[in-house]
Write a new protein. Sequence first.
Lengths: 284, 473
Amino acid sequence: MYELVEKSEIFNVHKMVIKVPGIADSMKPGQFCIIMATEFGERIPMTVSDWSTDTGTITIYALELGISTLELARVKVGGSLYAVTGPLGTPSEIRHYGTVVLGGGCYGIGGIYPIAKACKEAGNEVISIVEARYSPMFYHEKELQQVSDQVLYATSDGSRGKKGKVEDVTVEMLERGARVDQAFFMGCTQMLERCSEATRPYGIPTKVALNSIMLDGTGMCGACRVTVGGETKFACVDGPEFDGHKVDWRELQQRKSAYTEQEALVYQSFSHECLAEKKLRGEL
Amino acid sequence: MAIERHSMAEQPAEFRNRNFEEVPYGYTPDEAVAEAQRCLSCKNRPCVSGCPVEVPIPEFIALVTEERFSEAARLIKTKNVLPAVCGRVCPQETQCEVKCLRGKKDKAQAVAIGNLERFVADFERENDLMEAPEVQDKNGLKVAVIGSGPSGLTVAGDLVQLRYEVTIYEAFHRGGGVLVYGIPEFRLPKKVVETEIKALEDAGVTIHYNSVIGRLYTVDDLFNRLGFSAVFIGVGAGLPIFLDIPGMNLNGVFSANEYLTRSNLMKSYLFPQYKTPVIIGRRVAVLGGGNVAMDSARTAIRLGAEKVTIVYRRAREQMPARAAEVHHAEEEGIEFRLLSSPVEIFGNDEGWVTGMKCQRYELGEPDESGRRRPVPIENSFFEIDCDLVVVSIGGKANPLITRTTPDMEVNRWGYIVTDPWGRTTKRFIYAGGDIVTGAATVISSMGAGRRAAKAIHEDLSKESDETFTPEWW
């Protein structure tokens, strides 16, 4: 029913193109889908990095992290996913800000693309900053370059761009006196927190796309609740974007780690097969 | 000497509180006949007046006495499309059974109408006697139903029989709404709900799963882009309420919606076969006194909690839960701390719940709901040792649809305003169930669905008449 039409792998990031015409028609930048690979799997929120109303497809970049994303990564082209629900979440506010900095790491490298594209179309100067451990781990590059006035890189080993992270590149820009009217970050929670703290002293309006634990994605359960500016918000319907300077990061990190133990347990229950061994036996 | 009411055999409490199998086993045919013979077949049918959908109760019971069980089931279905569900979850003791003449002296001796309803529906299903509904030629009019809970299923069932082309949009990957995400397996086996939904699909209803209206399409899209002539909104209440006390966002504090959805819909109780985890509390506190609180507490004990405590602000007789649920919970070893309410939840450095501070209450003057208002007693604090808290104190209206349909009126709590037939203030949009009334019962939602289906049929039949403008619009 939800056919996987294209798939490729960049280290443990899986690009997956899924045929879901209705969702592709309604998708807006900043929104996400909830995906179940199998009937037994979890409902995983996934940022949508691209979509096409012509082909009726959406593109996600899934980071293989646990059992459910592993099951997702095992789906073959031509196979189908059990459930894809979306679009979910409040779309990004796109308008003419002036200069917009978009920072992305992990799945956020692909995730910032639709926002960059929309910001560009709204007449903004778009500076995209992406981070990875080392140079070959970047992806969705050409697309991002096409919608950005500048793409800046940061790598942990210095193999491309600045040695460091998104916030280091951002601070460097700001120190040089570059004018930034709006910053936007997407990636792991640590990165979002560091980037928010980096822009705070400069008073740059900063939005972050939070990725708290979700279940239904429609506001029904409250699993994703986060404290923003002292108020409890639901990331699935009030967000996922919030003011990065107002998020209670400690609480968010703690809530995100709630199932670490169970996640480890269930991961071990999966029968792992060594692909190298399979290849040696001529089964691949 | 009158014959005593036949109670249903059930799993012993000390055994069932460790499994998720259904608690009562159901009647045997002999028990059903014997119970049915207790019915006095009153001419003025007081029981029917207590039923929100007016099931022909004495008539179906008469069929049971003649062992015409599947005919009885079919007779109920002329008024109630989900008898196997309602036989299990309806609050009969405040609806039909409370009016029963047999229970005039002793309420516990009313004819067991719910048990009989369950029996005939189960008999029909388990013996494969369900008649495949006739698939009718369509009349060319499309109706969209948002949500596949009790009200949506009723609207769909009624309208498909009236030859409408009915499409249900369901947000989750399974149909049934609260019947699958909320009510646990041990109270309502999911195969019962699946059978009902399958029957609707066989009758020609299309169900689109994973479809969140308000995001995927707006209600206006359903009319303008997808060509529907009428839309019924039955999305349930939807937003959980948390208490405004410190510690509400600690790890180990769940809304009942989340806790039950994990366990029921995502089948966390079968973890790790099903991959969605749930936290197994050692000592669990459940806040609230309704059916959902009972379901949460009984789920917690089955998941392996050592001790489960229900903390409720009012007194026992004010608990909104069905008597049977409170009784079952007590039997299963759940403790009740009544006239108590939390003021703070304590956590450790890692952000996990470690305990709860509560305050005692006493009953004061009656409030607007007619129940005596609980009043806190000064300096009467006490602590409960717990590592998991389930908050089950009700919900608010989910705004996903109402916000994207701004020209449809909602009241100050966000619930949709309708006339008695479910017509909203916007033409050809209807609503029913919890999104109109706030949290209520399965059967009252079904009643609302039935009325809305009638209104939809009436309005669409007259629409070709150009002078047609219902008073309400």
